[in-house]
Design a protein around this ligand. Structure first.
Ligand code: PGA
Length: 254
């Protein structure tokens, strides 16, 4: 079975102490993961090392960075390179979250560079895509997401694309409490998998995990995750509440 993944995106929240407590609380639920299940915690940069040591003994639990630079190194004050992230033992990086696209002007082209930078360091990008409300209202969401994939990922080889996790996050559902319906989620995930199939063949497309993100909560995770092409979720708000995120981990496909 493809990897089923519950990924927490803490964004710019929590003090160091609060982050450590939250991580401990979630880990103390001692949910044993099956081999095809994984849990990621995308934490702010200053907490990566602490997080990594907290999850070290927990099979299938990993820490992720929320961003990295597309540049290798040099005079880019304030940026953090893929090599730096790799050098502290981190394996996953969120790339192209819609908040970074919107507030930090990350384009599909920049994100192609970030995906490359990650893969060069053997880091696994969690690549985010998804449309705005107006694009969905105009029923252009499929072409729009296809364009994001084509421009940021489809230059990758068959070997490289297998090391990508995709997160479909309709922007209108992020932080709004308005989740995509199960039908909308499945429809887009199926569409993404078809696009991957056309480009890379069915075998590779069937291996790539596609997560859903946008108001995943403890009480809707199971229904969303049960869609055949949904392989877990990227979770913002609900990942900041230990009991909720524990429920979300338990909702992964068995
Ligand atoms: P949300 O955020 O779960 O709070 O909607 C999801 C995300 O931004 O990854």
């Amino acid at each position: 079975m493809r990897k089923q993944i519950a990924a927490a995106n803490w964004k710019m929240n929590l003090s160091y102490q609060e982050a450590e407590n939250l991580l401990n609380e979630i880990l103390s639920a001692e949910i044993t993961l099956a081999l095809h299940q994984q849990v990621l915690f995308a934490v702010p940069f200053p907490y990566l090392i602490m997080g990594n040591s907290e999850v070290a003994d927990d099979q299938g639990y990993f820490i992720a960075a929320q961003n990295c630079s597309e540049k290798k190194n040099g005079a880019f004050t304030g940026e953090v390179s893929a090599e730096m992230i790799k050098s502290i033992g981190i394996k996953y990086v969120i790339v192209g979250h819609s908040e970074r696209r919107e507030y930090f002007n990350e384009t599909n082209e920049t994100l192609a560079g970030k995906a490359n930078a990650c893969l060069e360091q053997n880091l696994i990008p969690v690549f985010c895509c998804g449309e705005t409300l107006s694009i969905r209202e105009e029923r252009r969401q499929n072409n729009f997401v296809q364009g994001q994939l084509e421009q940021s990922l489809f230059h990758l080889s068959s070997v490289e694309i297998k090391n990508i996790i995709i997160a479909y996050e309709p922007i209108w559902a992020i932080g709004t409490g308005q989740t995509a319906s199960v039908e909308q989620a499945q429809e887009m995930h199926e569409y993404i998998r078809k696009a991957l199939t056309t480009k890379y063949g069915v075998e590779i497309a069937n291996e790539i995990s596609i997560l859903y993100g946008g108001s995943v909560k403890a009480n809707n995770a199971q229904e969303i995750f049960s869609c055949p092409d949904v392989d877990g979720g990227l979770v913002g708000g609900a990942s900041l509440v230990a009991t909720d995120f524990v429920q979300i981990i338990k909702a992964l496909k068995k």
